[in-house]
Design a protein around this ligand. Structure first.
Ligand code: AMP
Length: 273
């Protein structure tokens, strides 16, 4: 495995290759969720590139940028073991200069759900993803469905800015007890982790209700809120795949999204129905 920190070195290295490239952008502290993205990329591409970059512009003031988990050595070992070809490990100074050109997340879709509690977060996400895609120029880039709003906005960016990369969504990987894997799960105390299981339980309840042909979103959301109690709920919503509110679940075109805070940790999860 090659480790590259300089964006232009990586760009030049890949330019001469003339092979299909699968790209997985991450913020490190790698877990099985990241590995499933890597495996999906390995199955479809000749070269697999992973980036590890904790992007400062997607953190708001007072968020966990400074204490975001960093596991550089373990991450390098994982990437090497699972067969990553190139690990891109830039510094913030390699990616950002002063007086920057930036992308602005769309006014509606970028400022609902997670964007409401974290205004500006998705502008930072889109800006860094654009930069990373321009450095790597991958044939395909892999993103988790777990971050459904992020995935939706990146697909919108690729479409609206006429970019050539194919965005590949990958299913959420969970612990055996249902908790969606996240680098932030290490913040959870034993108690908070137990409470956090209410998030996946609420989503399971939703799919059971839908399987019993209960499709009224108000009724489902009420039951989900009861299951989530007493967690602090940032939002629980049922939207269509264009992120618009719906009154009835549309099978094959709906996403059920929850963001809740366990202890002090914001946790996201969703299911696609
Ligand atoms: P992060 O390092 O948290 O920025 O995540 C990097 C990529 O991994 C994003 O596309 C995430 O959606 C994806 N990801 C994170 N957790 C999971 C998971 N549990 N299952 C599948 N993909 C995930």
């Amino acid at each position: 495995m090659k480790i590259i920190t300089d964006p232009l070195e990586l760009k030049n290295y890949l330019k001469d290759k003339n092979q299909s490239v699968g790209f997985i952008p991450t913020m490190g502290a790698l877990h099985e969720g990241h590995i499933s993205l890597i495996n999906a990329a390995k199955a479809e591409n000749e070269i697999v590139v992973v980036s590890i970059f904790v992007n400062p512009t997607q953190f708001l003031k007072g968020e966990d940028l400074d204490k975001y988990p960093s596991r550089e050595d373990a991450d390098k070992k994982i990437c090497s073991l699972v067969g990553v070809d190139i690990l891109f490990f830039p510094d913030a100074d390699d990616i950002y200069g002063s007086d920057e050109v930036t992308l602005q997340a769309p006014n509606v879709r970028g400022y609902v759900l997670e964007g409401r509690s974290r205004p500006g977060h998705f502008s930072g996400v889109l800006t860094v993803v654009m930069k990373l895609l321009n450095i790597v120029s991958p044939s395909r880039a892999y993103f988790g469905k777990k971050d459904a709003q992020q995935l939706n906005l990146i697909m919108l960016m690729v479409k609206q800015l006429f970019m050539s990369v194919e965005i590949v969504p990958v299913d959420t990987v969970r612990e055996a007890d249902g908790l969606a894997l996240s680098s932030r799960n290490i913040y959870l105390s034993e108690f908070d982790r137990k409470e956090a299981l209410k998030i996946s339980a609420s989503l399971r309840l939703c799919s059971v209700m839908v399987s019993k042909n209960i499709l009224d979103t108000k009724e489902i959301l009420e039951s989900m809120r009861e299951t989530l109690y007493p967690l602090e709920i940032a939002y629980v919503e049922i939207l269509n795949r264009d992120f618009k509110k719906i009154e009835q679940v549309e099978i094959g075109n709906s996403i059920v999204l929850v963001e809740a805070i366990s202890g002090e940790t914001r946790l996201l999860d969703n299911i696609w129905l």
